[in-house]
Design a protein around this ligand. Structure first.
Ligand code: NAD
Length: 240
């Protein structure tokens, strides 16, 4: 029997690698898009890609990937600036928007084009953020792009749900990866983070994987257009 196919962007990142490994354990054939690769497995194929290269993504037709009856696209790549709003340059804004929203748009559109043409089903999971729900200091492009990603998730859900292609998002808060490692070495930042968490610990990639697996599952047919918050209570309220 041929394997189900999954395409994962940011496959070499903290959350991306954990997602890839979990899908490999579930016997998927996985294609990973990233700038770098440390994963070596018979059922894993690395596609070197710069997600800022929007013209290449516009033409990325999935034609070299034999998407089957049920396929997954996990948009996990993301970048985040920490720049005071008044110093935020057009270049930085554009880079963050390219990777965090335009790349997922182009890949998701092309993925749906292929699935619709071949009348097969699938699931798109966008790794968004609690920064798509709340503003944060010095992260204007990141926060804006993640808010856009939540909107785009609903749009794809609405446009393609009836054809059996679902689209959902997962919104993590502070999860220990390369993106956040420096926080863990700064007691002032950790003090602020722990004040906002209503959980005994920060997040780990496996916390995100658990929800991605639920959304990826073919049996989750009635879950569409949803945002699953995995944030240790970060957005549930604030201290008086
Ligand atoms: N770690 C957290 O606390 C946290 C919280 C909320 C949301 N997220 C989101 O989770 C997702 C994964 O983040 P992570 O924490 O694993 O970060 P990470 O930095 O470990 O991984 C990001 C991956 O994206 C890849 N990438 C970045 N720019 C790229 C480009 N131009 N072309 C190709 N690949 C590119 C990187 O090479 C890296 O492998 C991101 O979308 C991030 O915004 C993370």
């Amino acid at each position: 029997m041929s394997k189900n196919i999954a395409v994962v962007t940011g496959s070499n990142g903290g959350i991306g690698q954990a997602i890839v490994n979990s899908l490999l354990d579930k016997n998927y054939k996985v294609y990973g898009l990233d700038r770098e690769n440390d994963i070596h497995h018979d059922s894993f194929e690395f596609i070197e890609a710069d997600l800022k290269n929007l013209n290449a993504l516009n033409d990325f037709s999935f034609n070299n990937i034999s998407l089957g009856d049920y396929s997954l696209l996990i948009n996990a790549a993301g970048i985040r600036e920490i720049v005071p709003l008044l110093d935020l340059s057009l270049d930085t804004w554009s880079d963050v928007f390219s990777v965090n929203i335009t790349a997922p748009f182009l890949l998701s559109r092309n993925f749906c084009r292929k699935l619709v043409a071949q009348k097969s089903e699938g699931s798109i999971v966008n790794i968004a953020s609690v920064s798509g729900m709340l503003a944060e200091p010095e992260r204007t492009a990141y926060v804006s792009s993640k808010h856009a990603l939540l909107g785009m998730t609903k749009q794809f859900a609405l446009e393609f749900g009836r054809q059996g292609i679902r689209c959902n998002s997962v919104s993590p808060a502070i999860t220990r990866t390369g993106m956040t490692e420096h926080y863990f070495h700064d007691p002032d930042i950790m003090e602020k983070i722990n004040r906002g968490l209503y959980a005994p610990r920060t997040g780990e990639p496996q916390d995100i994987v658990a929800v991605v697996n639920l959304l990826a599952d073919k049996n989750s047919q009635f879950i569409n257009g949803a945002n699953f918050v995995v944030d240790g209570g970060w957005t549930c309220g604030k201290d008086l």
